[in-house]
Design a protein around this ligand. Structure first.
Ligand SMILES: *[C@@H]1O[C@H](CO)[C@@H](O)[C@H](O)[C@H]1NC(C)=O
Ligand SMILES: *[C@@H]1O[C@H](CO)[C@@H](O)[C@H](O)[C@H]1NC(C)=O
Ligand SMILES: *[C@@H]1O[C@H](CO)[C@@H](O)[C@H](O)[C@H]1NC(C)=O
Ligand SMILES: *[C@@H]1O[C@H](CO)[C@@H](O)[C@H](O)[C@H]1NC(C)=O
Ligand SMILES: *[C@@H]1O[C@H](CO)[C@@H](O)[C@H](O)[C@H]1NC(C)=O
Length: 541
């Protein structure tokens, strides 16, 4: 799957400071003894009462948590060898829990427009009609959290936020962090800045409350985050509205989130005597993911307790990256590596560091706009350190590309991932010569030969963030990154990719009347409208 490693054979000394894992004694995903840890969760999930493990942890309680836990203790005391029968569990759950989804009310955005300006820019009649139809989806994806959730949060796994929001749809009935960046871009394109602002206010509320943004709006996502797009969301909103007052009120919270990544998710790498600080995904939280409990439990079969806890922490670190799951996180990256070899916390990812480079540049710009020169200087300096670190640690001159760095092997991973190009989109580097090298790298790989979008990797592992699947956020960042370039050849590649992706998603839509979370071997609907034929289908590449 991975080729030879050609860097660091030149005698540069590389070391990594203080990054080792904490080992045993990891905290659970959250403190709830219903939704995150404990016997009730374990027994219900291992009995597989529901086809999708997420169903159970999305069910609100019918009675207070301590009552439910006490009743479960009584059931356990009567049970044979501490194992409650499936039927008894089923009855217990029916009596104690409600169906998922009841904590939301449908909400129609007030700022919805039947003819957003963007439609005038689409000259092709069929594509314009499609865009117009997609614009109506906002009306079915809007949700408002009921006041009951704010009043009695302990009865729900949902994390309350004050403003209405858009959900991804399908299995994903709550809000998600990095997905929302593209939701917000879409809202702004559809002339709905008020709804976009509300979603940003929700994320600011979460930062204020927790110091970081959870992966999604459930307590079981609490101790892991997702790619940090909050400052980029603010930038997109400001570009449309110039709402400087909103920026002034909230800039301190953008900094709090940035500080979380610097404090909790950074690592220092010494190259040739110089210390460089870069970031990684790293969730030192044990136990199976509550929403995928039985899968995580089975995956760890036969491992020692310490090894199980470590694997479960690594799966959460991979989930924090948004890429769950992918050979990108397998270590060592041999042909036989599998999900069990996930070691996401040992990777210093190109895309995460590019997004943080953009965050630092934006925070410097925002403070300049607000007239705070000392803060501007602080973020300008952070940006310069980041650029030096990207260059020293992640740039591979021979490959002509940024590559993920592995903390265990102290080597770069030469495999192709669209994430390697994110520094272009994030405008960390705009130098024409760099763009030329990146383009040659792309043309030299086979990545540009797929008709249904740029694949997530060139390794076919069965994981959803691998070949042949193509994911919308990656298409966007690569296409927009190349399209910004002054090189006409980069812009032509961007155009070809955009055309292929539009064709792919348009033909999927015509066939299923749904937008999909990814295009590839197994397509799964992500919009509120489910396709008539939901069976897996080979979408040949
Ligand atoms: C971040 O680090 C602080 C202090 O080291 C710790 O208390 C907190 O739990 C960490 N938060 C997360 C979400 O990892
Ligand atoms: C944005 O607002 C600021 C004041 O808040 C003003 O100085 C600036 O000219 C505005 N820019 C645009 C493009 O309207
Ligand atoms: C790099 O960081 C380590 C640990 O903080 C420190 O001991 C060392 O002096 C630093 N080296 C340089 C060149 O700053
Ligand atoms: C800049 O921000 C710092 C930290 O928030 C604050 O102490 C300082 O007063 C601000 N300066 C200006 C000119 O607003
Ligand atoms: C676009 O799809 C065609 C097949 O329809 C393929 O030959 C071409 O390589 C793709 N282009 C890019 C840039 O992916």
């Amino acid at each position: 799957m991975l080729g030879t490693v050609w860097r660091f054979l030149v005698g540069i000394s590389i070391s990594v400071l203080g990054w080792q894992r904490l080992g045993c004694g990891l905290p659970p995903p959250c403190d709830s003894k219903i939704y995150c840890t404990g016997d009730l969760l374990k027994q219900v999930q291992l009995a597989r009462l529901f086809p999708d493990a997420k169903h159970f942890v999305d069910m609100p309680l019918r009675k207070p948590a301590d009552v439910v836990l006490a009743e479960f203790q009584q059931l356990m005391a009567k049970a044979q060898k501490g194992i409650v029968s499936r039927t008894e569990l089923q009855q217990f759950v029916t009596l104690s829990f409600d169906d998922p989804g009841k904590e939301f009310e449908q909400w129609e955005p007030q700022d919805w427009k039947s003819r957003p300006q963007i439609l005038n820019k689409i000259s092709d009649q069929k594509l314009r009609a499609w865009a117009s139809e997609l614009n109506t989806k906002w009306k079915s994806l809007g949700r408002k959290i009921k006041v009951a959730v704010e009043a009695q949060p302990e009865l729900y796994s949902l994390i309350y936020v004050p403003k209405p929001l858009m959900v991804p749809g399908g299995r994903f009935i709550e809000y998600y962090y990095w997905d929302s960046y593209w939701v917000i871009e879409g809202l702004l394109l559809c002339d709905m800045p008020a709804t976009a602002k509300g979603m940003i206010q929700n994320f600011l509320y979460l930062v204020d409350r927790y110091g970081h943004i959870p992966n999604g709006g459930r307590v079981y996502y609490l101790r892991r985050s997702q790619p940090p797009f909050l400052t980029l969301m603010m930038d997109a909103y400001l570009a449309r509205t110039n709402d400087t007052a909103f920026l002034r009120e909230n800039i301190h919270l953008l900094e709090v989130e940035y500080e979380f990544w610097q404090r909790n998710r950074s690592v220092t790498i010494t190259v040739g005597g110089t210390n460089h600080t870069l970031n990684r995904y790293n969730v030192q939280v044990g136990e199976p993911r509550p929403e995928s409990y039985s899968q995580d439990w089975e995956l760890a079969a036969g491992l020692s307790d310490a090894a199980r806890q470590e694997l479960w922490a690594e799966l959460k670190s991979a989930a924090e990256s948004g890429w769950d799951f992918s050979s990108r996180w397998f270590q060592p990256p041999t042909h036989t590596a599998t999900l069990r070899d996930t070691k996401a916390s040992t990777v210093v990812p190109v895309d995460l560091n590019a997004v943080l480079c953009k965050t630092e540049r934006l925070l410097a710009d925002f403070h300049r706009r607000l007239g705070n020169s000392s803060k501007t200087a602080q973020f300008q300096a952070a940006l310069e350190h980041r650029l030096q670190a990207l260059q020293a640690v992640l740039w591979d001159e021979a490959a002509g590309m940024w590559l993920d760095f592995n903390l265990l092997t102290k080597q770069l991973n030469p495999a192709f991932y669209p994430s390697n190009l994110v520094p272009l989109w994030a405008e960390c580097f705009v130098d024409e010569a760099v763009v030329g090298k990146v383009l040659r790298y792309l043309q030299g790989s086979t990545a540009l030969s797929y008709k249904n979008g740029l694949p997530t990797s060139l390794a076919r592992t069965g994981q959803q963030w691998d070949l042949p699947n193509a994911w919308p956020p990656l298409q966007h960042m690569v296409i927009a990154g190349l399209a910004k370039s002054s090189s006409s050849s980069a812009r032509e590649t961007a155009f070809a990719l955009a055309q292929n992706w539009t064709r792919t998603t348009f033909s999927l839509y015509r066939k299923y009347q749904a937008m999909f979370e990814k295009a590839g071997a197994r397509v799964r609907p992500r919009s509120a409208v489910r396709p008539a034929a939901a069976s897996p289908r080979l979408w040949g590449v």
